[in-house]
Design a protein around this ligand. Structure first.
Ligand SMILES: *Cc1c(COP(=O)(O)O)cnc(C)c1O
Length: 396
C-alpha cells in the first residue's frame, strides 16, 4: 500500500489528511485493502454504502440492475425523459411523502437547490431580493458556495469569504436563538434533522415542532437536510418521520444510490408550484438513467427488506453496547445518536483510537476532533456490533 499512497500523494491535490490504507474491494460488511487485509466497516463510506458490499445477496440485485443499465443507456440529457428517472421519482416521493423531486449529482448540489428554491419562493411573494435564511451552528451542508454559506463552521468558510449573503446562524435545539433572528425577511430555516459532521446532535422533537409552528405562522419554509441521517439510518426512511414534523422541502444524497453518486431535493406540491420554473435550474448529469436505476433498485430493496426497521433494531443494540463502553471509560463524556447513527464523545482527540482500530481491522470515522462516529452499513448484525465493540475496547 505504501507505494500506492506515495503515488497518490505525489499527484492528488492535498485536500484530505487520509488514513494510511488503500481499499480494494468489499464483501458483506467487510472491506479489504490492496494487501488483502480484512476490515469490519463501521463507516460505510460516510453513510453511503448502506447495503454493504460485493457478493451479498442484497448488493447483487443492485449490481445486476446497474450492469443491465450500463449496457442500455447511462446518460441522456434532461431535455429528454428516461424511464429509470420516472420510476426513481415515483418511489422516492412516495417514501418521502413529498410530491416533487429534482435529482442532483451530490449532496452539496441538493442543498444548493434548497437555497435557490427558498429564495425564488420569497422573491415571487414580494419581488425583493434581500431575503434571509436561518441555518444552525455546527451544521454541515457541503463545500460549494451556497452549501458552505449555510455551514455553521467558520473554520470551513473563513478563507473563502465572501459567502453568499443573508445567512444567519441560530443554535440547534434553542428555539429562542431562532426567534431572535426571525424577521420579515426570513424565507427559510434549514437544518440537519440529526447533525452529522458537527458531532451527531439530533434535533429534539420539541425544537422541530416549535420550528414547524413558527414556519407555519410566518410563511417561512422549513427545510431539512437528510443527506446523512436519511435513508433508513435512524430507523425511519427519513429522520423527521420519527417526529411527526414534515418539512416543506428536504435534501437527500449519500445512501440514496448506495455508492452511485446521486442526490436529490424534494418539496411539497405547494412549494413546487410557487418556486422554481422551467429555466430556473438544471444539471447535465443529474437524474441520468444509470444513477436513477440505482435509486430505484435501492428503494425497492429498502422496502422489501425493511432496512429501516432493521436499522432501528440493531441501532438500539449498538446504543446499549456503546453506553456500556462509555460507563467503563471516564474519558468518554457522552453517547449520542439515533439508530445506526451514533457518536461517542471523548475528553480528548480520537485520532489515535481510530488509527489503532484501523490497525486491528475496524474502520471508524471521527466527527470533529473528539467524537467517534459509528455509521455502519444498515445491514449490520448484532454479532457485527459485538465484534466492533471488542476491537474498540482493545484500542481504548
Ligand atoms: C455529506 C453531507 C453533505 C454534502 O454532500 P456531498 O455529496 O459531499 O456534497 C451535505 N449535508 C450533509 C448533512 C452531509 O452529511
Amino acid at each position: 500500500m505504501k507505494e500506492y499512497i506515495e503515488r497518490a500523494e505525489s499527484k492528488w491535490l492535498h485536500t484530505y489528511n487520509r488514513y494510511q490504507v488503500v481499499f480494494d474491494h468489499g464483501n458483506g460488511v467487510y472491506l479489504y485493502d490492496t494487501d488483502g487485509k480484512k476490515y469490519l466497516d463501521f463507516c460505510s463510506g460516510i453513510a453511503v454504502n448502506a447495503l454493504g458490499y460485493g457478493d451479498q445477496e442484497l448488493e447483487q440485485e443492485l449490481v445486476e440492475a446497474l450492469s443491465d443499465q450500463i449496457g442500455k443507456l447511462t446518460h441522456i440529457s434532461n431535455y429528454y425523459y428516461n424511464v429509470p428517472a420516472i420510476e426513481a421519482a415515483e418511489k422516492l416521493t412516495k417514501a418521502a411523502g413529498l410530491e416533487r423531486v429534482f435529482f442532483t449529482n451530490s449532496g452539496a448540489e441538493a442543498v444548493e437547490g434548497l437555497i435557490k428554491t427558498a429564495r425564488k419562493y420569497a422573491y415571487l411573494k414580494d419581488g425583493s431580493t434581500d431575503h434571509e435564511i436561518i441555518a444552525m451552528e455546527h451544521s454541515f451542508h457541503g463545500r460549494t458556495f451556497g452549501a458552505l454559506s449555510v455551514t455553521g463552521n467558520p473554520h470551513y468558510r473563513e478563507a473563502f469569504e465572501p459567502m453568499i449573503g443573508n445567512i444567519r446562524f441560530a443554535r440547534m435545539n434553542d428555539i429562542d436563538s431562532v426567534m431572535e433572528l426571525v424577521n420579515d425577511k426570513t424565507c427559510a430555516i434549514l437544518l440537519e434533522t440529526v447533525q452529522g459532521e458537527g458531532g451527531i446532535h439530533p434535533a429534539t422533537e420539541d425544537f422541530l415542532k416549535k420550528l414547524r409552528a413558527l414556519c407555519d405562522e410566518r410563511d417561512i419554509l422549513l427545510m431539512l437536510d437528510e443527506i446523512q441521517c436519511g435513508m433508513g439510518r435512524t430507523g425511519r426512511m427519513f429522520a423527521w418521520q420519527r417526529y411527526g414534523v414534515k418539512p416543506d422541502a428536504m435534501s437527500v444524497a449519500k445512501a440514496l444510490g448506495c455508492g452511485v453518486p446521486v442526490g436529490a431535493f424534494l418539496m411539497s406540491e405547494k412549494l413546487a408550484s410557487a418556486s422554481l420554473v422551467a429555466g430556473d435550474h438544471g444539471t447535465t448529469y443529474g437524474g441520468n438513467p444509470l444513477v436513477c436505476r440505482a435509486v430505484s433498485k435501492v428503494l425497492d430493496i429498502f422496502e422489501k427488506r425493511d432496512i429501516a426497521g432493521h436499522a432501528e433494531k440493531v441501532g438500539g443494540y449498538l446504543a446499549d453496547k456503546l453506553d456500556g463502553i462509555a460507563e467503563k471509560h471516564s474519558d468518554i463524556v457522552d453517547r449520542r445518536g439515533i439508530g445506526l447513527m451514533q457518536g461517542l464523545e471523548f475528553t480528548h482527540p480520537v485520532g489515535d483510537i481510530i488509527n489503532r482500530c484501523l490497525e486491528n481491522g475496524l474502520v471508524l470515522i471521527n466527527a470533529g476532533t473528539n467524537i467517534i462516529r459509528f455509521m455502519p452499513p444498515l445491514v449490520i448484525t448484532e454479532a457485527d456490533v459485538d465484534e466492533m465493540c471488542r476491537i474498540l475496547e482493545e484500542a481504548l
